[in-house]
Write a protein that binds this ligand. Structure first.
Ligand SMILES: *[C@@H]1O[C@H](CO)[C@@H](O)[C@H](O)[C@H]1NC(C)=O
Ligand SMILES: *[C@@H]1O[C@H](CO)[C@@H](O)[C@H](O)[C@H]1NC(C)=O
Ligand SMILES: *[C@@H]1O[C@H](CO)[C@@H](O)[C@H](O)[C@H]1NC(C)=O
Ligand SMILES: *[C@@H]1O[C@H](CO)[C@@H](O)[C@H](O)[C@H]1NC(C)=O
Ligand SMILES: *[C@@H]1O[C@H](CO)[C@@H](O)[C@H](O)[C@H]1NC(C)=O
Ligand SMILES: *[C@@H]1O[C@H](CO)[C@@H](O)[C@H](O)[C@H]1NC(C)=O
Ligand SMILES: *[C@@H]1O[C@H](CO)[C@@H](O)[C@H](O)[C@H]1NC(C)=O
Length: 329
């Protein structure tokens, strides 16, 4: 009798040993993840988060680092939460990538995120988040990317974001942000910088010092920005795409110089004066739109300027020449 049970006992003890000795998942991370699962009401998409299994091997949404065995990624997309982001996320101290994209997450961006000192990539685009863009993000020094587009964030843009030495992409478009563009944004030191702030309620002038920042993509369209932006252009600028459309900008375009790096220029729906500078014929533009302004005079002939259809130029005070009708002078 006893001897026939022996192999079974042996097997049971082996499997016990293998579970307790080979689990890579750090117990703190496991507890935190189980708390997150609970906070999210034990949803079906976290069915793989079984406390009896190793969170480093079998669990969806998260990724464990091969060397440290700590959770470094939490990536959730296109999943209907309709719940706030669990504060327990802040107790994954090795997290580098936090993505909750298009998940209908509600509430504010939790203060607990301020504990994630290793965070490199924060993508919370396309949710139902409210409240401010938190200024504590300026303390997470490893951030290279912040995506908060398409939420309902309010308040002004915290100047502290410019203290992030590695940040090269900041996406704040399609929220309800107010106030001005912080002057401190001139302090971004990157060789290349992507800034998206379109579809907000930003107002006031663009600070002159921003002319010294190396923007590659700048989209501030559909705000209430006013004044001059000619200092954002110039021969030595690295800007590839500049979209200032649908603001209240007012300046004279006649003497503005453009860099050969510029490929996309959108200035439509402003109050821009003067004429189209002949220098634009030397730029290899892929797209351009200066419609709905107060420009006058002959459209210079050459380069790409006649390749765009008349809608790139229409609704100005007195622009003329191809692709618009011939000038009458
Ligand atoms: C978010 O909520 C809206 C409205 O309830 C719904 O139509 C949409 O499918 C939800 N998004 C996801 C990813 O489930
Ligand atoms: C911004 O605020 C207005 C007025 O309060 C509201 O109608 C609109 O839906 C809001 N937009 C977003 C993206 O939250
Ligand atoms: C912008 O880039 C150029 C080279 O592309 C570099 O020389 C310059 O220091 C950069 N400026 C800033 C403010 O980082
Ligand atoms: C462009 O040149 C001006 C002076 O010629 C200089 O002050 C400025 O820093 C330069 N801008 C960039 C982005 O390199
Ligand atoms: C724009 O500047 C040009 C060149 O300096 C000048 O001739 C023109 O009168 C100005 N236009 C307006 C509307 O101020
Ligand atoms: C202009 O850019 C296009 C692509 O955007 C490229 O195919 C073409 O060779 C460029 N032309 C010149 C003269 O640089
Ligand atoms: C230019 O912008 C106007 C206004 O948004 C738009 O109607 C037109 O189609 C655009 N044309 C081109 C060539 O981009």
């Amino acid at each position: 009798m006893a001897s026939s049970h022996l192999p079974l006992l042996f097997l049971i003890s082996i499997s016990f040993l293998s579970v307790s000795f080979t689990e890579r998942c750090h117990p703190n991370d496991k507890n935190t993840l189980l708390q997150i699962k609970k906070d999210l009401n034990d949803p079906y998409f976290l069915i793989s988060w079984d406390p009896k299994t190793d969170c480093c091997d079998h669990w969806y949404v998260v990724k464990c680092d091969d060397k440290t065995n700590r959770i470094t990624e939490f990536v959730l997309a296109q999943t209907d939460l309709h719940l706030p982001i669990p504060a327990a996320i802040g107790d994954l101290p090795y997290l580098q990538d936090l993505t909750i994209h298009a998940c209908n997450a509600t509430g504010k961006i939790p203060q607990a995120i301020s504990k994630l000192s290793q965070l490199n990539f924060l993508d919370l685009r396309q949710n139902l988040l409210t409240g401010p863009v938190p200024s504590f993000l300026g303390n997470l020094k490893k951030l290279t990317y912040i995506g908060l587009s398409r939420n309902s964030l309010t308040g002004s843009i915290p100047p502290s974001l410019s203290q992030l030495p590695e940040l090269s992409g900041l996406l704040l478009d399609r929220n309800n942000l107010t106030g001005g563009i912080p002057e401190s944004f001139a302090d971004f030191k990157q060789k290349s910088f992507y800034l998206y702030m379109s579809h907000n309620q930003l107002f006031g002038p663009i600070p002159r010092r921003l002319g010294y920042t190396n923007f590659t993509f700048l989209d501030v369209s559909r705000n209430k920005l006013e004044g001059d932006v000619s200092f954002m252009f110039g021969k030595n600028k690295s800007m590839n795409t500049a979209d200032f459309s649908r603001n209240l900008l007012q300046f004279n375009l006649s003497k503005v110089e453009f860099s050969e790096n510029l490929q996309n220029l959108n200035l439509n729906h402003n109050k821009i004066l003067g004429s189209i500078p002949a220098g634009l014929t030397n730029i290899n533009l892929s797209s351009m739109n200066v419609s709905y302004n107060r420009l006058c005079g002959r459209i210079p002939v050459g380069g790409r300027l006649q390749d765009f259809d008349y809608t790139a130029y229409f609704h100005n005070r007195c622009l003329c020449g191809r692709p618009l009708p011939e000038c009458k002078f």
